[in-house]
Write a protein that binds this ligand. Structure first.
Ligand SMILES: Nc1ncnc2c1ncn2[C@@H]1O[C@H](COP(=O)(O)OP(=O)(O)OP(=O)(O)O)[C@@H](O)[C@H]1O
Ligand SMILES: O=P(O)(O)OC[C@H]1O[C@H](OP(=O)(O)OP(=O)(O)O)[C@H](O)[C@@H]1O
Ligand SMILES: [Mg+2]
Length: 289
């Protein structure tokens, strides 16, 4: 049996549920039903709902074999776990921010000052690396308020859109840590439970698929060579004969190929120019190499 700890609420909950679905491992019964455990379509794989901040410890101690949570929380806890895969969502920066009317311009200007944060370990390490001595004050929320009430001179806090800093009259002057959500595993479980790597591969296939699109088009036989030249360096394309229509003299081929999502705009325009018709761009759910 493999137990996977996932966030029970907050902004990581929905994207985590969706990556399980895309990976072909949908979770039955979410945390909204206030259950602590849930099943997946694999009878061997069970879900444990937990606070995102507690997941690193659960995985380290073996309460869960695998976990999904933010790298900031994993690093802050100093959890001894194996980071298997960057899942690339839940992106957030831990920034060093100061009141917008202050004279502090860089971390070095904070020598001997007070810095409030929910992430004291990451903050200590950040200033240590820079050789700057600060007094780190741990708070458990509403960090943005502390410089305005004399508790701190600066903060190290999560910023993603930057709105919270702006409305609290703070400005970011450096980035202390950049975080995304990771798939992590208990080190002992990783040695003994092979299926953990299958889970990693399934998630990896979802990430690969997000970067690609499936292209389908009809091509007159005379344009095939030119179309192939527009689709270089990719496996395929697959070419199939389309049943001839009484309206068309020329033989038509259906061409299918997998292409980089970033190149879609350029490729589709070029394909049209060399004679491709009825071009369809389709998302892909998973790519298993
Ligand atoms: N804008 C953001 N604010 C806070 N955390 C964020 C943000 N964007 C991504 N995250 C990541 O989400 C994780 C925190 O999730 P957590 O569930 O503890 O907080 P939350 O989504 O703010 O929920 P709540 O505070 O309501 O419990 C961290 O790893 C953090 O890096
Ligand atoms: O740059 P932004 O997009 O504004 O996001 C950053 C803010 O979001 C988080 O707070 P959250 O909404 O989770 O409230 P909390 O402090 O109660 O957890 C975080 O602690 C920041 O305050
Ligand atoms: Mg929060």
């Amino acid at each position: 049996m493999i137990r996977i700890a996932i966030p029970n609420k907050g902004r990581l909950y929905e994207p985590t549920i969706s990556i399980f679905k895309d990976a072909g491992l949908p979770i039955s019964g979410g945390a909204e039903s206030r259950k602590l455990f849930a099943k997946t379509t694999d009878p061997d794989i069970h879900i444990l709902f937990a606070r995102a901040a507690d997941i690193p410890e659960y995985v380290q101690d073996g309460a869960a074999d695998v976990g999904i949570t933010g790298m900031d929380l994993i690093t802050e806890r100093g959890a001894n776990v194996e980071a298997l895969l960057d899942l690339k969502f839940g992106r957030a920066n831990l920034v060093l921010a100061v009141p917008e009317d202050s004279d502090f311009e860089k971390a070095q200007d904070l020598e001997g000052k007070k810095v409030a944060t929910e992430f004291p370990e990451i903050t200590r390490r950040y200033f240590e690396k820079l050789g700057v001595n600060v007094n780190v004050i741990k708070v458990s929320g509403a960090c943005e308020m502390t410089p305005h009430v004399g508790i701190a001179d600066a903060i190290v806090d999560i910023s993603s859109s930057g709105t919270t800093l702006l409305i609290n009259h703070l400005k970011a002057i450096d980035m202390a840590f950049s975080s995304t959500v990771y798939l992590i595993a208990n080190k002992e479980s990783l040695r003994t439970k092979e299926k953990i790597l299958d889970i990693k591969t399934a998630f990896e296939s979802v990430l690969n698929a997000k970067k690609k699109r499936y292209l389908m088009m009809n091509v007159p036989e005379s344009s095939l060579q030119a179309v192939k030249e527009v689709l270089p360096g990719m496996s395929g394309p697959t070419v199939m004969k389309v049943e001839s229509s009484k309206f068309s003299e020329e033989s038509i081929l259906a061409v299918h190929a997998v292409v980089d999502a970033d190149l879609i705009f350029t490729i589709v325009n070029r394909l049209k120019k060399v004679g491709a018709r009825d071009v369809l761009v389709v998302p892909i759910e998973r790519i298993m190499p």
